[in-house]
Design a protein around this ligand. Structure first.
Ligand code: GAF
Length: 386
């Protein structure tokens, strides 16, 4: 069920003695292609979704934040001036955003807040970026006269992940959550920050997510290790090719030249990334001429790479990918960081009803639980609701 302002407001009123405040939202995301390319300075091609976080906020005239998570039924208080911050992970996202906004010179004051989300947790749809972007946008509006640009707000969210959560993520999730546009995918060059919006009007096709419900969480996963492996390969290549600053600049030939100087695992990781950077650009070109077969093939290639080379898949996601192929789905792949979560599927309209039925039946038959099918609608980025 779609989360509404009223769902959040009623709890805010209950927990904060009948007060009301301002309400903000920021979305989760899908990503058509370009996975694990952001922290390699390559391209990504995400879109914001309709599901997101909604937060009500009211300044309270103190230096304290009093925060209530409606979904977790948990209330945490912290001081903006505390150097350490709260223990609860969900509250650390809010604390981190406050501290990073203060570091940018925003005169953040204490506030009462309640929030909830309808981005499925652990589905690889970036609920954490939605939370960070909601609060970054809100704080900018409430205390910062909206002086900070959206890309800078995205960087606040990314720094929050790095410094307060311990996930060394790239910029994709926060960027699309802050900068998404309804009906458009956003290609971003993660080195220059350059952005191009592509209208998403797939004639005769639709995007469908299938959530395996295998919980994905980047914290504590080998995500940071993958990033280090990529950076190490780039450093080794740079000794021979100083123009290579990150894997985005490398070619397969360069990689083969250093094959004996890196581990087998590093070789596979880099092979995947170098291929993926090229695939994003190829998908954008294919979209310009409505070549959805090509887009779909690239998605299957990405799945293969994420599963066999980057090794961030799991049995259930590979199974979902196989079922998609059997059902004639045009393109299918793991979406997001991996280690669980969703597949994203590009499906011809006439095949979609059958695919949605069969994928649920087959998955349930094999794993004893139903996956969740989500129709993708591309929505807007962070904004004030009222
Ligand atoms: C996660 C990260 F947060 C992103 O920065 C990105 O690396 C993604 O995994 C993989 O493409 O969502």
């Amino acid at each position: 069920m779609k989360l509404t302002i009223e769902d959040v407001r009623s709890r805010f009123i209950k927990h904060f003695d009948g007060q009301t405040g301002s309400v903000y939202t920021a979305p989760g995301r899908i990503n058509l292609i370009g996975e694990h390319t952001d922290y390699n300075n390559g391209y990504v091609f995400p879109g914001a979704v309709e599901q997101g976080m909604i937060a009500e906020i009211k300044p309270n005239g103190t230096r304290n934040v009093d925060a209530y998570s409606i979904d977790l039924k948990d209330r945490v208080q912290f001081s903006l001036d505390d150097e350490k911050g709260p223990n609860a992970t969900w509250a650390r996202y809010i604390y981190g955003v406050c501290r990073e906004m203060m570091a940018l010179g925003v005169p953040v004051e204490g506030f009462n807040t309640a929030f909830a989300g309808d981005v499925p947790l652990g589905a690889g749809m970036s609920s954490s970026a939605a939370l960070e972007s909601t609060y970054a946008f809100a704080i900018n509006d409430l205390f910062g006269e909206n002086k900070i640009e959206r890309m800078e707000l995205a960087l606040v969210g990314q720094r929050t992940e790095h410094k307060y959560i311990g996930v060394n993520c790239g910029i994709m999730d926060q960027a699309i959550s802050c900068l998404g546009k309804a009906g458009h995918l956003m290609r971003m060059d993660c080195r220059s920050g350059e952005i191009e919006y592509f209208p998403w009007h797939p004639k005769g096709y639709q995007l469908v997510l299938v959530n395996s419900c295998v919980k994905h969480e980047l914290k504590g996963s080998p995500y940071n290790e993958r990033r280090l492996q990529c950076e190490h390969v780039a450093e080794v290549i740079a000794k021979k090719h100083p123009e290579v600053e990150s894997l985005r600049d490398a070619t397969m030939e360069m990689l083969d030249e250093v094959k004996n100087e890196i581990t087998g695992a590093e070789y596979k990781r880099a092979r995947y990334v170098i291929g993926e950077v090229v695939r994003v650009l190829a998908v954008c070109e294919a979209l310009e001429i409505d070549d959805y077969e090509k887009v779909g093939q690239m998605m299957y290639d990405t799945h293969y790479g994420l599963s066999k080379e980057y090794e961030v898949s799991c049995e259930e996601l590979d199974f979902l990918n196989d079922v998609a192929k059997e059902c004639g789905v045009t393109g299918s792949r793991i979406m997001g960081g991996g280690f669980g979560g969703c597949t994203i599927n590009l499906v011809a309209d006439e095949l979609a009803p059958n695919f949605k039925k069969v994928v649920v039946e087959k998955f349930e038959e094999k794993y004893g639980k139903k996956p969740i099918v989500i129709d993708v609608v591309i929505g807007d980025g962070a904004r004030k609701l009222c």
